[in-house]
Design a protein around this ligand. Structure first.
Ligand code: T1G
Length: 655
């Protein structure tokens, strides 16, 4: 049967009466205008063609449908709109079954909800990730999903934007069945439908749900969303679905969707989406192939090393972890196993997965075992002589093509590379702690790093499921340099009249999970103190320097682990400590500063300006390639609220 073509991206073939429609719109089969018009044309054809008994909709490539075309946002709407297409599918007179061959996200998931049956392939996933873009499902998702899976599960999925795999989708009632060959199963399902009434999701009565359970699901979503509008609106609409008829619910959803689509929050989150896709692309690496990495050596199995090991193991690498003694190696193995156990408990890993990880792990005190590694990541104590000595030794052990990576956060990786005979194989991989959880990795392109070494480091980080951001060599790289800059600004404000809890409250209201002083207390004040002492000799005496943190450290207030820092922690609760207030007042008096009050807005403006000025300097120095890279570092490493787009974006948009 010849192929029928309905638009540049939608074609079909007739399989014994079943019109099998395929959407082929690379890279992710997004619902661009020609996909929507193609689907309508296919339905028009199926309406008049007597030989067509029903339809199957599927996607070409790895995705089913990746959602609305994000590149069309902010442009005038082109008909047919997605709600029009979806309404036509649901009310169609002949059966339509979707063969979900891959990710069905956003509008793609909404297409599946409107079909009369849903067959999931083994690699299918379903999700309504719109809140991650600052919007909500705009083509019926908030109204149809609760009809199919109940309001509680719908609040969870739509409110968090989390996607579910085929098995969970079937358990929830979001898919009918998992099939090895979803296309064949969908064609068979259309034939089975012959003569039977169609299941239209919009006509299903929403299953009743326990009010307390609904409130609990709602509270969970709201607690995560920290001042973001979209999740709250999404929950409101899912709840409204139980009260309104379909038509009213859809109208309310569409109005809210259009309002959110034009919001600052959505603009910011779209910026983050595209910044993430751009981050992995480095111009000078076009055409450069990464080296093959299968076995990863890790030196040091402390908090950082064991986190990196877990991340590598759970993503399929073989790991050789080196410690100084047999006892330390055994303890390291215990730490790694402990993290894997927790992953099993929280169902992020199966028991078999854990066993497979441990089977790929070798812990040793014999440095020469690292000869088998394609990449060695060092995660030892951040001291230059320790690291240079280690790199000198590693250089003599590993194979000539193997890559050496340092996880230093403040030292000069070029100095570490200089200890090797071949510095072109050295790169920086600055992980954030805990490394098995935090997505961000600063990939440091050192003075002599070879292009294929940099490309390999990027590929490695991506395979870990993490977000690589490339930067050049500077003290503290991108993140810690900006962090130092705004910490300095926060301390200036202390001297000028603000108190730690006022600054933290302003940051938390802005959307940071924790203010800077609370963060310092959690991380411990001693590392920054040691660094200030190291820099004291070379500090310009004319430069403004705030001594309050030094006074706290001298008094043994090193943060939470000592029970006190910028705050006191009786019973573990963060509380204002009059002793800290007194220390701040004494520092002001010593400099004859008359304190004044700060509004929350002024606090944020000053912190933002400090971040943006430092960011601009990093761009000017060529340390960071793009403002978006800086935004990603601050969002993923330092708690900057994603829905504000990162400091560079926020400043440009006057927030
Ligand atoms: N629109 C346009 N381009 C998209 C896109 C989309 N929806 N999704 C991805 N791309 C581009 C991306 O920019 C990149 O381009 C390339 O595809 C590969 O992406 C009405 C309003 C589908 C799981 O939020 O989660 O539907 O950089 O590197 O790792 O209710 O992309 O190569 O030029 O991420 O294989 C909801 C977002 C839209 C899905 C594939 N949909 N995408 O992951 O590839 S809103 C989403 C993803 C909506 C309706 C509403 C992932 C993916 P370039 P990639 P991947």
């Amino acid at each position: 049967m010849p192929e029928m073509r309905f638009s540049e991206s939608v074609s079909a073939r007739l399989d014994d009466g079943v019109l099998v429609v395929v959407i082929d719109n690379p890279p992710v089969d997004a619902l661009s205008a020609h996909v929507r018009s193609g689907l309508i044309a296919a339905l028009d054809h199926a309406t008049v063609a007597k030989e067509v008994t029903g339809l199957v909709i599927s996607g070409a490539g790895r995705t089913f449908i990746g959602g609305a075309d994000i590149k069309e946002f902010g442009k005038p709407m082109v008909e047919p709109t997605l709600p029009q297409v979806i309404d036509r599918i649901e009310s169609f007179e002949k059966p339509i079954i979707c063969a979900v061959n891959g990710a069905a996200l956003g509008g793609g998931c909404e297409v599946t909800l409107a079909c009369h049956g849903r067959i999931a392939g083994e690699t299918a996933s379903f999700g309504l990730p719109e809140v991650k873009l600052g919007i909500l499902p705009g083509a019926g998702g908030t109204q149809r999903l609760p009809r199919l899976i109940g309001p509680i599960a719908a609040i969870d999925l739509i409110g968090t934007g989390r996607a579910v795999k085929a098995g969970e989708a079937v358990a929830l009632g979001l898919a009918d069945v998992v099939a090895a060959d979803p296309l064949a199963a969908a064609i068979a399902a259309v034939r089975e439908y012959a003569g039977r009434p169609l299941r239209r999701t919009g006509s299903i009565e929403i299953p009743a749900a326990d009010a307390a359970a609904v409130s609990a699901a709602e509270a969970k979503v709201l607690a995560r969303s920290r001042g973001q509008m979209a999740p709250a609106e999404a929950v409101r609409l899912v709840k409204a679905a139980s009260q309104l008829d379909l038509e009213q619910g859809l109208a309310e959803e569409r109005a809210t969707f259009l309002r959110l689509r034009d919001s600052e929050e959505s603009a910011a989150l779209r910026h983050v989406f595209f910044a993430e896709r751009a981050a992995g692309k480095v111009e000078k690496l076009a055409g450069v192939s990464p080296r093959r990495i299968e076995t990863v050596g890790i030196v040091g199995t402390g908090l950082m090393g064991s986190g990196i090991a877990v991340s590598a193991l759970t993503n399929g690498y073989r790991v050789i972890a080196l410690e100084q003694t047999q006892e330390a190696a055994a303890a390291g193995r215990g730490r790694i196993a402990g993290i894997l156990d927790k992953a099993v408990q929280s169902r992020r890993l199966t028991t078999e997965g854990r066993e497979a990880c441990l089977a790929r792990l070798d812990t040793t005190a014999e440095a020469k075992t690292l000869a088998a590694a394609d990449l060695v990541v060092e995660a030892v104590f951040d001291d230059l002589s320790v690291k240079t000595e280690l790199f000198r030794r590693l250089d003599g052990i590993v194979a000539p093509g193997a890559i050496l990576a340092t996880n230093t956060s403040y030292l000069d990786p070029d100095a570490i590379a200089a200890a090797t005979a071949d510095p072109s194989r050295v790169v920086g991989l600055h992980f954030f702690s805990p490394a098995n959880v935090m997505r961000l990795v600063e990939v440091v392109d050192c003075a002599k790093t070879a292009p294929d070494v940099l490309a390999s480091a990027l590929a490695f980080v991506k395979r870990l499921g993490k977000l690589p951001v490339v930067c050049g060599v500077t003290e503290g790289f991108v993140g810690n340099r900006i962090f130092s800059a705004y910490r300095r600004e926060a301390e200036f404000m202390l001297e000028d009249g603000a108190l730690p809890h006022e600054i933290d409250a302003a940051m938390e209201a802005y959307g940071f999970p924790m203010g800077i002083f609370a963060v310092n207390d959690m991380a411990g004040l001693e590392i920054a103190w040691a660094r200030r002492k190291r820099l004291a000799a070379t500090r310009d005496p004319a430069e403004r320097y705030v001594e309050i943190a030094d006074r706290l450290c001298e008094a043994g207030r090193l943060g939470r682990k000592t029970g006190r820092g910028w705050y006191a922690y009786p019973d573990g609760e963060r509380t204002i400590d009059p002793a800290v207030t007194a220390a701040i007042e004494a520092a002001r008096a010593a400099k004859n500063i008359v304190p004044r009050t700060f509004t929350a807005e002024e606090i944020i403006d000053r912190l933002l300006k400090a971040m943006v000025d430092e960011g601009a300097a990093l761009l000017a120095e060529g340390i960071a390639a793009r403002p978006g890279d800086i935004d990603l570092v601050m969002i993923n490493g330092y708690g900057f609220p994603a829905h504000k787009g990162g400091p560079m974006f926020a400043a440009e948009h006057n927030r």
